[in-house]
Design a binder for this molecule. Structure first.
Ligand code: PAF
Length: 282
């Protein structure tokens, strides 16, 4: 497995693979890889001959008060894990490689509707940053397929829409959330949790499951269910950002007639913001 840091090196490597007729897969990450990321690489391996894993902590998707500076950067360990998982190539560019003129002067990609509400409402500009860097990665790697985690449900919706709208010839594949034994979704941010917070954190998935159970048993009073879920999270010591019951396709508030629903949650535990979701069919 090779690691390259510049677009020039990346393109040279990919040219060779393309000449050999290889199918190229991309797994975009911000590094500090855990089992969730590794499952994305494995999925990409099933669908492609060559897997490029990008590692770039994208400053454009962090708000001014967010954790850009403390976001864990663990390139050496990530390389070892990626090699074991069967990634062919790691692309780990610097900020200057991606944003040579700086963030303020860089062209941005805005994805209407999919970026609205949920995390889009609480993290203004976040999905603009994600959409911009993912579009650039698609252009740099020109993959046949790209794999993203379903844990970031809204992000996946944003990426699917930008791919369709900008007619980018890549197949976007979603990969199921990987969880700890107690249900907590694997996340690089779990490492920020104190021991006590880590004990509390699985309440997020339990609350999703409880709410899904209530809906399956026939409840359609979604606003009340959302309020009850927020209360359950608050009582456990979290500070809910949102708990929303949405139409899985549009991500708009669910109506009682919808058959495909997704429950989306974001909550703070101490200073750590955790997200999760659960989709159900009625
Ligand atoms: O999900 C992530 O890790 C990031 O948002 C992504 C898709 C790599 C873009 O920076």
């Amino acid at each position: 497995m090779r690691t390259v840091h510049t677009l020039k090196e990346l393109r040279a490597m990919l040219r060779g693979f393309r000449q050999q007729g290889k199918r190229i897969g991309l797994v975009p990450t911000m590094g500090n890889l855990h089992e969730g990321h590794i499952s994305l690489v494995r999925k990409a391996r099933e669908a492609a001959d060559i897997v490029v894993t990008s590692i770039f902590v994208n400053p454009m998707q962090f708000g001014a008060t967010e954790d850009l500076d403390t976001y864990p950067r663990t390139l050496i360990e990530d390389q070892e894990r990626l090699e074991a998982a069967g990634s062919t190539l790691v692309f780990a560019p610097s900020n200057d490689e991606i944003y040579p003129q700086g963030l303020a002067r860089h062209t941005r990609v805005i994805v209407p509707e999919a970026s609205e509400g949920h995390c889009g409402a609480s993290r203004p500009g976040h999905f603009e940053g994600v959409a911009t860097v993912v579009t650039m990665l698609f252009n740099m790697v020109q993959p046949d397929i790209a794999v993203f985690g379903e844990k970031d449900y809204q992000q996946l919706a944003v990426i699917r829409k930008l791919t369709r709208d900008l007619m980018i010839p890549v197949e976007v594949i979603g990969s199921p959330t990987v969880r700890e034994g107690d249900g907590l979704a694997k996340s690089s941010r779990n490492g920020f949790l104190t021991e006590d917070e880590r004990v509390i954190a699985p309440i997020i998935y339990r609350t999703l499951k409880n709410t899904a159970e209530q809906i399956r048993s026939g409840r359609t009073d979604f606003a009340t269910l959302e309020q009850e879920a927020n209360e359950a999270l608050s009582e456990a010591g979290l500070r809910p950002d949102y708990f929303n019951i949405a139409n899985s396709l549009t991500l708009k508030p669910a109506s009682p007639d919808d058959s495909e629903l997704t429950l989306l949650v974001a909550a703070f535990l101490g200073t750590t913001r955790l997200i999760d979701n659960l989709s159900i069919t009625r």
